[in-house]
Design a protein around this ligand. Structure first.
Ligand SMILES: NCc1[nH]cc(CCC(=O)O)c1CC(=O)O
Length: 326
């Protein structure tokens, strides 16, 4: 007798690739399992024009419907990109039961044909437009290319690349249009998962652009009292990814970060030591608050808390509150 595992996911190319990964890891870990992928079209996917905020931010748009299905018992678990999961609130009744081994955490630059990184650097971005939907990436882009024009750009990873290549404009909620974009900033892991890693012109280093908390980590959430599913998900939980998840999300928790926070947190583990860096940026990119510490890798929350308090001590709260959606 096979044991069914119904895994919920959005139906973008990237989300499906991530969910296939969960399914194949589960099959390899326990041959009695029969994973089934259940696709959801979320509010966030069907509306490609609005900013994310009216639906309750990233978390609200992408996560709420799938979570409700788990709580009803229609799903055993659900796939999330860890970086899209809100870290300033608990979700009663659900738990992150597995974090898959981390893929590259960095952001990458993709350019339209005919433009080079040298041209972008030499011009300090003057005359060029970068598309991104992340306030963190926008702020770092302004720091790297001070005169560049940054526009709000969204859609699934493959959709964004198509818009770049076809020089399409991005429609705005008020009926206007911006663009087209000359460049995009996207997660390397996402580009790899949709098969477009060959379009990457430059991988940003952590010094150039610190990743978002949890970037590159696929998380599996399940009902807290479903012990059988939790037992199986524990088999595919990667201990290092889990430690990084705990450290980076603790920073967001201490800062009460929200979906629109221009905030970054990234940890690495070397032997028994973890190094955690985090930053809070104001939206124009003029003001950067940064902190970095190392500590024992088996006490990630302690390190995350210390970094969060460092950032608060340097004035991070004012920046975060300024950008909080009403
Ligand atoms: N917000 C969309 C999203 N959620 C997760 C990823 C891929 C990166 C990851 O695995 O964390 C992406 C695409 C992107 O940011 O370019």
């Amino acid at each position: 007798m096979k044991i069914p595992v119904r895994i919920g996911t959005r139906k973008s190319v990237m989300a499906l690739a991530q969910t296939e990964d969960i399914a194949s890891q589960l099959r390899a870990a326990a041959s009695e399992l029969d994973p089934e992928i259940v696709k959801f079209e979320t509010v966030g996917d069907s509306d490609q024009i609005s900013k994310l905020l009216p639906h309750g931010g990233k978390g609200g748009a992408f996560v709420a419907e799938i979570r409700a299905a788990m709580l009803r018992g229609d799903l055993h678990c659900a796939m999330h990109s860890l970086k899209d999961m809100p870290a300033n609130e608990e979700t009663p009744g659900l738990i992150v039961a597995a974090t898959l081994a981390r893929d590259p955490a960095n952001d990458s630059l993709v350019l339209r044909k005919g433009l080079t990184l040298d041209e972008l650097k030499a011009s300090r971005g003057k005359g060029y437009t970068i598309g991104t939907n992340a306030v963190r990436r926008a702020a770092y882009a302004k720091r790297l290319f001070p005169e560049v024009n940054v526009i709000h750009f969204r859609g699934a990873a493959d959709t964004r690349l198509r818009k770049l290549d076809n020089r399409e404009k991005q429609r705005l909620p008020d009926g206007g249009e911006v663009g087209p974009a000359d460049a995009l900033i996207m997660a390397r892991s996402g580009l790899e998962r949709v098969g477009f890693a060959d379009r990457i012109v430059h991988d940003f280093t952590p010094d150039e652009m610190l990743p978002s908390a949890g970037q590159g980590i696929v998380a599996v959430e399940c009902p807290i009292n479903d012990w059988q599913t939790r037992k199986y998900l524990a088999l595919i939980d990667d201990p290092k990814a889990r430690l990084c998840c705990d450290a980076e999300r603790e920073v967001l928790w201490v800062l009460n970060g929200h979906c629109n926070s221009p905030m970054a947190a990234y940890s690495t583990i070397n032997g028994s030591e973890m190094t955690l860096s985090a930053s809070v940026l104001d939206q124009e990119g003029g003001l950067f608050i940064e902190a970095k510490r190392s500590g024992p890798a088996d006490r990630p929350r302690e390190l995350g808390r210390a970094i969060g308090l460092d950032l608060l001590g340097k004035g991070a709260a004012a920046i975060i509150e300024k950008t909080r959606p009403e």
